[in-house]
Design a protein around this ligand. Structure first.
Ligand code: 5RP
Length: 229
């Protein structure tokens, strides 16, 4: 899907931001358009403060002139705008394709609303086509991996569990210093149960299922941007 369509979805979210708002800034190629457009409005006089969900977004936001803060200084945020890897009809999500899922979930949970921006290729009937990112502590990786594999087997995962590596073959390390296991399910029929079983494993830091967190999505299609509620 084209960058122009992602930008259209981002523009719809930017239109919801007004002066005085505290805004969570997502991560990824679609969120990047949002930060860019938001920066343009800040240059024109919009007074907001942003809380970035990754070091990459923080750098971009600073370059765009968006004033930044963090969740130590701020209590609640008005809204977080972020992308997604999968969106189902109930607006449950898989996120973390870019490896920022932990900070994205912390920031979204501290926000009164979460708006997702995406193109229509991200819409699915059932979550699980996109590999579920699971952020894990480096300590005891082997034990954590085996425990995660047991959970996958209980949930009829159709594919492998892979340690994420970078394009040049190195272990991918998140902003928080953790590794990511990508779990290929095919379909996730019991997302709530899967979520709690994964979080029960001590070495699992967080996973990319965002359940009951998003209330609105702007989805760009070749025929325009659709609002999903
Ligand atoms: C990063 C994310 C992204 O929001 C997600 O991967 C979507 O990215 P893109 O807009 O580039 O398709 O969760 O951790």
């Amino acid at each position: 899907m084209s960058e122009a369509l992602k930008r259209e979805a981002a523009a719809r979210a930017v239109a919801e931001i007004s002066s005085g708002m505290k805004v969570g800034l997502g991560t990824g190629s679609t969120a990047r358009h949002f930060v860019d457009l938001l920066g343009e409005r800040v240059t024109q006089g919009l007074e907001i403060v942003g809380v970035p969900t990754s070091e990459a977004t923080a750098r971009q936001a600073r370059d765009c002139g968006i004033p930044l803060s963090d969740l130590d200084a701020l209590d609640r945020l008005d809204v977080t705008v972020d992308g997604a890897d999968e969106i189902d009809a109930a607006l449950n999500l898989i996120k973390g394709g870019g490896g920022a899922l932990l900070r994205e979930k912390i920031v979204a949970a501290a926000s009164d609303a979460m708006i997702v921006i995406a193109d229509s290729s991200k819409l699915v009937e059932t979550l699980g086509r996109f590999p579920l990112p699971i952020e894990v502590n480096a300590f005891g990786l082997g034990a954590t991996r085996r425990a995660v594999a047991d959970v996958l087997a209980r949930h009829d995962a159709q594919g492998a569990l892979r340690l994420r590596v970078t394009a040049d073959g190195k272990d991918f390390v998140t902003d928080g210093g953790h590794f990511i296991l990508d779990a290929f399910f095919g379909r996730i029929s019991q997302p709530e149960a899967l979520s709690s079983e994964l979080l029960n494993i001590p070495g699992v830091v967080q996973h990319g299922l965002f359940l009951n967190m998003c209330r609105k999505a702007y989805v760009a299609t070749p025929n325009g941007v659709e609002t999903l509620l």
